[in-house]
Every structure is written in structure tokens, then in C-alpha cells.
Design a protein around this ligand. Structure first.
Ligand code: WT7
Length: 655
């Protein structure tokens, strides 16, 4: 790897046309431009920032609202934009990914090497008969290979659907079946925090269930060399798929609306929804936000600690940093192994300049640093840092200040980025150099994002008043539909009650009376946020309900110092309410059950047993009451409408 990247004139030229936002006046001017001529604003950026195999002539099409399309007659390829462009501009020798394994082993891969690996593997996929329009599920650990797999799918026009490798066989199966996958890419094993997890055997279990007969191939990245069972004909080693394939693989041009990926996320009701993203609009915003929010420059070393199984790992690992041509760090392990100084040590070792993580990680590392001087961030040289980011949940002002002082040494702006799986990239976030960073606030919408706060009927509320967070106009990187369920898409995100044209984020928010800065107040639906992971209460309830002993279950979230929210389940068994050791044993069994049904992240922190759940006379579970009880609050609600008031004592007792 050459230390100094060669001067890249084409990149410099592209940059000068799409400047960073360098002042509040520039920010305001861009917002004005977007307000004045919305389509022109987006078209200008899309033309300048992306390489189009065929230029678009149409910008936004609203005729099938809320099924909006962007740049629809244009053609491009996401992988071409992330890789080929850097080859053409002479940056093939620049480090693309610095991968650090769980045990600390470091692998560097240049843009040129990554390009080659993506091309060979893409050719291998084609040789198996895979191509444009096919869906490929990726169930892999954090690895260069996972990025190769995603990029290779994009290269041949296959739509990938990454499933977080912490999900159970059942969850994986559900997604394989729903998305109609023809191939699965997995690994023999996964290594995190010194522990080995058998990924392939979980994948085998998922494939053995009814409903994914369409999956012809299971492609396996050999991570550990551990023992695996092998299905002849179906199973292939990832290396063998790529072996002997030509070094070049022409990137398949696809329409701008072609689904680049489907990523499942939890809603308030029913099964997880497959959020479908486009190629053109999505990639455009991945790149623009790298510049606007992170102010990424070609000499940055960027590190996003998210897993590729979540949207953050899509936009800010697999696509954004590569499209922007920066060097990025990728990490296989966990922040607490071999000790809780791992993040700080890695920032020091790799001279990370932009660091992006979740408040939940910071909270747990604060505790660890307080408990052990040895791993306190002041022990590490963090002077390479210039921008810090957070994502996934609100960051409280005290945690923000700790991050600012101890990690950023009091001079790195913090970007508290609000966004969602559905928004594709940041929508509300500070823009360092232009807009301020404020503890406890994600501040202002990025130019072009028409975020607002409205009441239950869709009318704007004045600053200083809480309401529903909406986005008033479609934007390029927005969700296109829910895979296989367009009705659910329209109903969940463009509800009739708000007039059917406002994108409803599902969060409450409030704007500061004076500055207009946004603060997110949390979900307004039955979606929980546990350690930055999004989970539907219904999913957990139905997992509990499928246990043979369970008659009924209700799940609520309660505030938790470390995980943000903790899952608290109220359970009625088909047998008398267990007490003492029996209750503890059954709670353990139910937790393990939920772990197997959904994944360890969905295990309730607390389970309380009762003879019944508090219900209204019309049979509705009084969740608000359960929420108060889970927090140990006095019951402030009116319980006169309760069918069975005596149950309250019992639920309280079981604390
Ligand atoms: C939900 C989306 C965005 C990628 C990771 C999560 C919450 C996200 C913030 C923030 C307060 C936040 C919201 C949102 N959220 N970022 N900066 N401040 N809350 O994506 O799994 O789709 O979850 O995460 O509640 O709706 P996701």
C-alpha cells in the first residue's frame, strides 16, 4: 500500500462541484435551493456525484405516490461507483479496508485488491447462474468477505438481503422465505469476544425448514476451518466459487430504481418488514452524507462500528465509505474483548479520524473506564480523531459530554445522527463546519430533507411543542416499498390520518423554541430500542406465545441505564402462576426460548408471571399500566375500567 494516495484530479474536480457545507450561510442557501427547485437540487448532485451508465432525464415521479421513484430512466451500478471509479482515478493502491479480527490480527486490502476479489466472486456467482433480479441472503460475520459478497451482488444486479448473524435459524428462515432467496452466503463459524459460534449449522437448520426450497446454493466463507456438515450439490466454499474466475467482471448496469437490497426491520405489528431500497437514490445519499455529516475527505480513516446486519453497516461500511473512496476500519469483535479499551486501542493503532458508534456502546465503556483506570481512554493516543458520531438511539447530554471530553479531547464535533433503516442514510444531523453540535439534539435536517413535526391530524406544531416526526417530501434514499407487501408500506409510512402524503417516521420529536433544533423523544409505536437494536413488542410476544406452556404474554420496554431500553415481559401460563425457584427456572427457560426463536438480542431482561394480564372490559391489554409497573412507578392511570383490578397487586408482588 502506498502511503500517500496519488493526486486524483477527477476526484478533485468532482469535489469542487459538490462542495462540503462549510458555513451556516451555505447550509441555509442549500436549504433554500432545495425549497425553490427541489428536483433540480437533487438532480444536480446525482449527476455530479455518481457515475451513470445511462444518464437520467426524469428526476422525481410522484404519479404513483406514495410509491415514488427517482432518476427512473437512468442506469448505473453501485459496485462500479464504489470500486471501478477509484481504479480509474489511480487510487487502486489506496487502502480500502483495514480489517481487525477478534484476536487482533490485521488484514489490509487496497481498492485494487478489493476490486479484484469482488470481480472474481461476482463472476463465480454468475457461473452458478445467478444474476440480475435474483435475491441472495447474506448471513455472515463482520469480514472483508461480507463486503465482497454485498458488492458482488450489486455488481451483477442481484438484490442482497443481509441477515444479522446474531439472529436464530428461525429468523433467518423467515427472511430467506419472505425474500425468495435463490442463494445464501454464510460462513463456517463466527468469532466474537473469543467465542466461536457455528453459523453454518444455524444456516443449515434454517434451510431445512419448509419454505426455502428455492435456495439452490449455500456458499460458505471459511472463517475458522471448523467442522461443518456438507450438502453436496448445494454447498460451495466461497473460495471455490471465485477460484479460476476471470479478473474482470463488467458491472451490470441496472435501472436507478432496481432494488439494491432488502433489509428486514421490526415494526409495531406482525412479522419484520423487508425494507426495499433503490440503487440510484440510495447510493447518492450514502455518498452525500459521508461528505455532509462526516465531512469525509480522501485522507480520512473512517470507522463505523456497526454490524453489516443493520442498515448502518450497509450505508456506512459496505457502500458510503467505498463510494467516497476513504480508508475504513472494519472490526470483527466486540468492544469489551480482550478488554473495554479495545475501541480506543484500535483508534490509536489505525489512526482513525472519523469514529461512528452507538450510545449504548459509549455507556458501557464509560462504566468500564470508571471501574478500571488501565483502560480509561486517557491512556490512549486518540489525537487522530477529528469527527465523532453516534447513531441508533438518543444520546443523553451527560454521555455526549463524556464522549466529547474523553474521546474527542474537547475539540471534535459530535454528529448525533438521526435516521432509520427506512431513510437509507442520515436525515437529521449536525454538519460540522456549518451547523452546531448540541448535546441531546440531532439538530437540523440535512438540506433537501423536509423534516417537520406535526400533530395527530398532520398539521404543523409550533416549536417547543412535541409531536410526530414526519418528512414532507419524498427524498432519493427513502424506502421504496415493503418487500412483497406494498399495502403495508403505504399504511405504515403514509397513513391516511395524516393525509397520506407525509412520511411518518414512527418517532416523537420536539424542536427547540429558539433554535429550531430537533430532539427525538422516542418511538410512538410498540417498537423497542434495546442497545440500539430495534425490536417489535409483538414479535417477542408471539415468540413467547409459541412456547407450549404460555397462554398469553405482553411485552413492554422500560428505561435501562446501559441498554437504553430493557425488555420486560408479563406472562400468563396455562398452569397456575409459578413462584420462587419454579418461577426463576421457567423464566430462564422462556428467555432461552426467545433466544432460539428470534435471537439473543430479543431475550427479555425480566419476566413476571401472573394469573392474568390487566385488560379493559373490551379485552385490550393495558400496556401503559404494564409500562408503569415495569418501572416500579405508582399507578397513576385510571384503573376503574379494568376488568380484573386484583391482578395489579399480583403483578406488583412478583417484582
Ligand atoms: C430508530 C431506527 C439509523 C440506523 C440505526 C437504527 C432510533 C436512530 C437516533 C438518534 C434518537 C434514534 C429511532 C429510529 N434512532 N437514531 N440519533 N437519536 N433516536 O436504525 O433499526 O431502523 O432504528 O432508531 O427511534 O426510529 P433502525
Amino acid at each position: 500500500m502506498s502511503q500517500t494516495p496519488p493526486i486524483d484530479r477527477s476526484e478533485a474536480a468532482r469535489r469542487s462541484q459538490t462542495p462540503y457545507i462549510t458555513s451556516m450561510a451555505a447550509y441555509n442557501a442549500m436549504c433554500d435551493e432545495a425549497a425553490r427547485d427541489y428536483e433540480c437540487f437533487w438532480a444536480r448532485h446525482a449527476r455530479r456525484l455518481l457515475h451513470w451508465h445511462r444518464p437520467f432525464t426524469k428526476v422525481l415521479d410522484e404519479t404513483r405516490a406514495p410509491f415514488y421513484t427517482w432518476f427512473e430512466d437512468g442506469q448505473l451500478n453501485a459496485s462500479y461507483n464504489c470500486l471501478d471509479r477509484h481504479m480509474e482515478s489511480g487510487n487502486g493502491d489506496k487502502a480500502a479496508i483495514i480489517f481487525e479480527a477478534d484476536d487482533g490480527a490485521v488484514t489490509r486490502i487496497t481498492y485494487g485488491q478489493l476490486f479484484l476479489r469482488v470481480c472474481r466472486f461476482a463472476n463465480g456467482l454468475k457461473a452458478l447462474g445467478l444474476g440480475k433480479g435474483d435475491r441472495v441472503v447474506i448471513y455472515m460475520p463482520m469480514s472483508i468477505e461480507a463486503v465482497v459478497a454485498m458488492q458482488a451482488c450489486a455488481r451483477i444486479g442481484a438484490t442482497h438481503s443481509v441477515v444479522f448473524a446474531g439472529f436464530s435459524a428461525k429468523s433467518l428462515h423467515e427472511r430467506l422465505a419472505d425474500v425468495g432467496a435463490v442463494a445464501l452466503i454464510t460462513a463456517d463459524e463466527q468469532v466474537r469476544g473469543g467465542k466461536v459460534l457455528p453459523l453454518k449449522s444455524i444456516a443449515d437448520e434454517a434451510l431445512a425448514m419448509d419454505g426455502c426450497e428455492a435456495v439452490k446454493y449455500s456458499i460458505v466463507y471459511r472463517r475458522t476451518g471448523g467442522q461443518v456438515k456438507w450438502a453436496e450439490g448445494r454447498d460451495r466454499w466461497m473460495d471455490d466459487v471465485a477460484a479460476g474466475q476471470p479478473d474482470a467482471c463488467e458491472a451490470e448496469p441496472v435501472g436507478a430504481e432496481h432494488p439494491l437490497f432488502v433489509l428486514y426491520t421490526s415494526g409495531s405489528t406482525g412479522k419484520p418488514k423487508g425494507v426495499q431500497h433503490s440503487t440510484g437514490g440510495y447510493l447518492l445519499w450514502a455518498l452525500m452524507t459521508m461528505r455532509w455529516t462526516f465531512t469525509a475527505r480522501s485522507d480520512d480513516t473512517f470507522w463505523c462500528t456497526a454490524d453489516i446486519g443493520w442498515v448502518t453497516g450497509h450505508t456506512y461500511i459496505a457502500y458510503g465509505p467505498l463510494a467516497a473512496g476513504v480508508t475504513q476500519v472494519m472490526f470483527e469483535g466486540v468492544p469489551t474483548f480482550p478488554n473495554a479499551g479495545r475501541f480506543w486501542e484500535m483508534i490509536q493503532r489505525h489512526k482513525v479520524s472519523i469514529f461512528y458508534t452507538a450510545p449504548t456502546a459509549i455507556r458501557s465503556l464509560i462504566k468500564a473506564a470508571d471501574a478500571d483506570e488501565e483502560i480509561h481512554p486517557k491512556r490512549y493516543d486518540l489525537s487522530s480523531l477529528r469527527i465523532l458520531g453516534t447513531v441508533g438511539e438518543p444520546i443523553s447530554p451527560d454521555v455526549w459530554m463524556w464522549y466529547f471530553k474523553n474521546i474527542g479531547n474537547g475539540h471534535c464535533p459530535i454528529v448525533d445522527t438521526f435516521w432509520q433503516t427506512e431513510t437509507g442514510g442520515h436525515v437529521i444531523a449536525p454538519m460540522p463546519g456549518a451547523t452546531p453540535s448540541v448535546p441531546g439534539s440531532c439538530t437540523l435536517p440535512l438540506p433537501g430533507i423536509m423534516a417537520a413535526i406535526v400533530d395527530e391530524t398532520g398539521n404543523d406544531v409550533p416549536n417547543g411543542h412535541g409531536g410526530l416526526l414526519v418528512i414532507k417530501r419524498p427524498w432519493p434514499s427513502m424506502i421504496r416499498t415493503v418487500w412483497g407487501d406494498p399495502e403495508r408500506f403505504a399504511k405504515s409510512y403514509f397513513p391516511e390520518e395524516l393525509g397520506g402524503r407525509l412520511y411518518l417516521a414512527g418517532d416523537g420529536a420536539i424542536r427547540d423554541k429558539d433554535t429550531g433544533h430537533f430532539t427525538i423523544t422516542g418511538r410512538i409505536d410498540d417498537v423497542l430500542n434495546v442497545s440500539g437494536h430495534r425490536m417489535g413488542t409483538m414479535e417477542i410476544e408471539s415468540a413467547l406465545g409459541s412456547h407450549p406452556l404460555v397462554a398469553e404474554a405482553a411485552v413492554v420496554g422500560r428505561p435501562d441505564d446501559t441498554t437504553g431500553e430493557a425488555i420486560c415481559a408479563f406472562v400468563v401460563l396455562k398452569r397456575p402462576r409459578p413462584i420462587g425457584d419454579e418461577a426463576a427456572r421457567l423464566a430462564g427457560e422462556l428467555r432461552a426460548w426467545v433466544g432460539r426463536e428470534i435471537g439473543p438480542i430479543a431475550k427479555p431482561k425480566e419476566i413476571r408471571f401472573a394469573d392474568n394480564l390487566p385488560k379493559t372490559r373490551s379485552g385490550k391489554i393495558m400496556r401503559r399500566l404494564l409500562r408503569s409497573m415495569s418501572k416500579g412507578e405508582e399507578i397513576a392511570q385510571d384503573i376503574s375500567t379494568l376488568e380484573n383490578p386484583s391482578i395489579i397487586e399480583q403483578l406488583r408482588e412478583s417484582t
